[in-house]
Design a binder for this molecule. Structure first.
Ligand code: NAP
Length: 290
């Protein structure tokens, strides 16, 4: 690519950022769409978030992604917040606006687009959601906004599960989210469920770990979606498949949250064909064969 006087800059702020796949997504899109744009990671030290956002504004940076640990904190630094991001309470994308940046959440619509692309239906489903951290909150909001029948939200710390459930139920005017202690999974009703794995258990390098081991649990799952993409075949996915369920990793969620951010920054619409080309490049880089 040619960097010249017209090149626009986008980037990622977080800590750490060294492991990120986002530059590959955005720089590939820029190349494919012949946009004069470069995307770089910015490691932001604790206590420097305000400086980083102000500096980015002063430097006329086109857009930023935000990752751990700043997705909630960054909201204090913004000129505007999109209503969906305000409701979820987390921002992962900043877009230039008058007087600063406007914050969006593209994780939730990214997961939805990823699920649609795998033909996973969420509407009307009974869902088991494992975890109550930042990612699980976005999943709980997605479920509530897509009229699921019920979400059994299981977490090791049950008080966190309760807090997420009551917040999402209240903000979405529903009672579909039911908090449960993780170890009480045997109390789940009979039936077959869509299970979304949103804990960090099984994440590289602890790839042999899984949040629930019991075969009886996996008998209940018709489709398992693990938000983890490294490794791309988690123990959770293996257990789902060994009980005849369909299993997916989270790389497409990562892809689509990036694509939606890119669309917001550049006012374009990325075709499915192009999305799949970027996906193939991501898979190649991560040595994923499926
Ligand atoms: P987080 O806020 O730190 O939450 C971690 C969750 O995992 C909590 O619910 C925690 O339970 C649970 N957990 C951790 N260790 C556990 C253990 N030993 N046993 C049982 N539960 C345990 O993390 P996050 O940001 O939500 O991320 C969760 C996962 O989603 C990560 O693996 C991340 O890589 C993945 N993710 C993927 C994408 C994507 O684009 N594909 C996007 C975001 C996140 P407690 O509350 O009891 O501690």
């Amino acid at each position: 690519m040619v960097i010249n006087g017209h090149t626009r800059t986008c980037g990622l702020i977080g800590n750490p950022v060294e492991h990120t796949m986002s530059p590959l997504i955005h720089n590939t899109l820029a190349r494919m769409l012949s946009h004069n744009l470069v995307y770089v990671p910015f490691h932001v030290e604790e206590g420097k978030l305000q400086d980083a956002v102000k500096g980015a504004c002063g430097l006329n940076i086109l857009g930023l992604n935000v990752t751990v640990p700043y997705k909630s904190q960054v909201m204090r630094e913004l000129a505007q917040i999109d209503p969906l991001a305000a409701k979820i309470g987390a921002v992962n994308t900043l877009v230039r606006c008058e007087n600063g940046f406007k914050g969006y959440n593209t994780d939730m619509p990214g997961l939805y687009r990823a699920m649609c692309s795998e033909n996973i239906q969420i509407e009307g489903q009974e869902v088991i959601l494992l975890g109550a951290g930042g990612a699980a909150r976005a999943v709980a909001f997605l479920c509530a906004s897509k009229n699921v029948k019920k979400v059994y939200l299981l977490n090791r710390s049950v008080e966190k599960a309760r807090a997420v459930a009551s917040e999402v139920n209240e903000k979405c005017n529903t009672d579909c989210i039911l908090p449960m202690q993780l170890s009480d999974y045997r109390q789940l009703p009979d039936g077959k469920f869509l299970a979304i794995q949103a804990t960090s258990v099984g994440l590289y390098p602890d790839i042999d770990r899984v949040v629930i081991e019991d075969d009886a649990f996996y008998e209940k799952i018709h489709t398992g979606y693990d938000l983890i993409y490294k490794p791309s075949d988690t123990r959770f996915m293996q257990l789902v498949r060994s009980h005849k369920g369909r299993a997916y990793h989270g790389l497409k969620m990562l892809l689509y949250q990036g694509i939606i951010a890119y669309e917001l920054w550049n006012g374009v619409s990325v075709s499915e064909e192009m999305a799949m080309q970027v996906y193939e490049i991501l898979k190649q880089e991560m040595d994923i064969k499926d």
